[in-house]
Write a protein that binds this ligand. Structure first.
Ligand code: TYM
Length: 345
């Protein structure tokens, strides 16, 4: 793992989460899920959470939320998460998340929350009408991570500010209570796909909440839809350059090169070495083939797994039991540190 680990007394543990507020996009897959699978196979304990309580900070139709949670669990397994090796569960099944979030609501400062750009983006113009949960969201995210004393968190670039806040919360808690109880977590933001951009606008990130379905590739898209979206992706008329510098002012071209690199597990420079001088008429069909051959087996397996929802629920329940076994003693100690009387044991 990269980055200095400030918290030597904590055993390395990876935690990350994804909101089941819709399907998985290529951005989620390349920026997060594909990397979760790589981390799982590096021998460190990995805890992955479908954060359904984060999802409801924005209105979710209950039936759709339940479906999306199960489908996302199927997507994780189809992409290579082994529910024996990794702990895979949904957030609401482990009460430690909500409990620790409350304590962190009392540690984090209003001024810190006011600086969160994601709240500003998601709340839009009418901030008064946003849910209180959306505002407090980053404290719940810190709780997700710190309830497991996680030391490393793989995420895409858009989560950087939330992870800095997580570090600030851990530091302030440790300072206020004169302890070194919580680790100061390291974000793992790596690779060509840390920020996958919209296929329609290279200045916006690919997102499940973008109103245009043409802007993103969904893991559930079939081969024709994937090929069609890539063919129609916005680009420019220039051929691909020889070096990355040549992509500096070409956000859309840069994005497609990054996507190709991440899918092929190579550096963007290597993609340019192969395609320099070629136009998008050549590059796009190659990218479409690569995307289809990488994603189709995942979406086929996902559909298969969704035939047996009872089994998915069983796996999530078992994951939640394992997660709770880690979080419960951490919460007990945390309550003690804070000064709560705990006499029911
Ligand atoms: P969410 O659900 O928006 O996204 C899940 C993960 O996918 C990454 N991602 C992307 N990466 C690259 N390019 C993109 N276009 C792109 N879109 C999404 C995100 O960076 C993220 O890693 N707040 C989090 C969920 C969360 C969490 C946590 C993450 C809750 N608690 C604790 C880590 C640890 C979120 O909304 O992610």
């Amino acid at each position: 793992m990269t980055g200095a680990t400030p918290a030597t007394k904590f055993q390395p543990r990876i935690f990350s989460g994804i909101q089941p507020s819709g399907g998985l996009t290529l951005g989620n897959y390349l920026g997060a899920l594909k990397r979760f699978v790589e981390k799982q196979d590096e021998g460190v304990e990995t805890v992955y959470c479908l954060v359904d309580m984060h999802a409801i900070t924005i209105w979710q139709e209950p039936r759709k939320l339940r479906h999306a949670t199960r489908e996302m669990a199927a997507g994780f397994i189809a992409a290579g998460i082994d529910p024996e090796k990794s702990i895979l569960f949904n957030q609401s099944q482990v009460s430690a998340h909500a409990e620790l979030a409350w304590i962190f609501n009392c540690v984090a400062r209003v001024g810190w929350m006011n600086r969160m750009t994601q709240f500003k983006d998601k709340a839009g113009k009418d901030k008064e009408a946003a849910s209180l949960g959306l505002y407090a969201y980053p404290a719940l995210m810190a709780a997700d991570i710190l309830a497991y004393h996680a030391t490393h968190v793989p995420v895409g670039e858009d989560q950087r500010q939330h992870l800095e806040l997580t570090r600030d919360i851990a530091i302030k808690f440790n300072h206020d209570y004169e302890t070194d109880f919580f680790p100061v977590t390291e974000p793992l933001i790596e690779g060509a796909a840390a920020r996958v951009m919209s296929l329609r606008d290279g200045t916006r990130k690919m997102s499940k909440s973008d109103p245009s379905d043409q802007s993103r590739i969904n893991l559930t898209d079939d081969a024709d839809a994937i090929a069609q979206k890539i063919r129609k992706a916005r680009t420019d008329p220039e051929p691909l350059p020889e070096t990355l510098d040549g992509l500096a002012d070409r956000a859309e071209a840069r994005n497609l090169v990054n996507i190709y690199a991440a899918l092929a597990n190579v550096a963007p420079e290597q993609v340019l070495a192969e395609f320099a001088g070629q136009g998008f008429g050549v590059f796009k069909p190659k990218l479409a083939d690569l995307a289809v051959s990488s994603l189709s087996p995942i979406s086929a397996r996902m559909q298969d797994l969704m035939q047996d929802v009872t089994e998915i629920d069983r796996l999530l329940g078992r994951g939640a039991d394992r997660a709770e076994a880690i979080a419960t003693p951490i919460m007990e100690r945390c309550y003690e540190i804070v000064g709560m009387v705990r006499s029911r044991r």
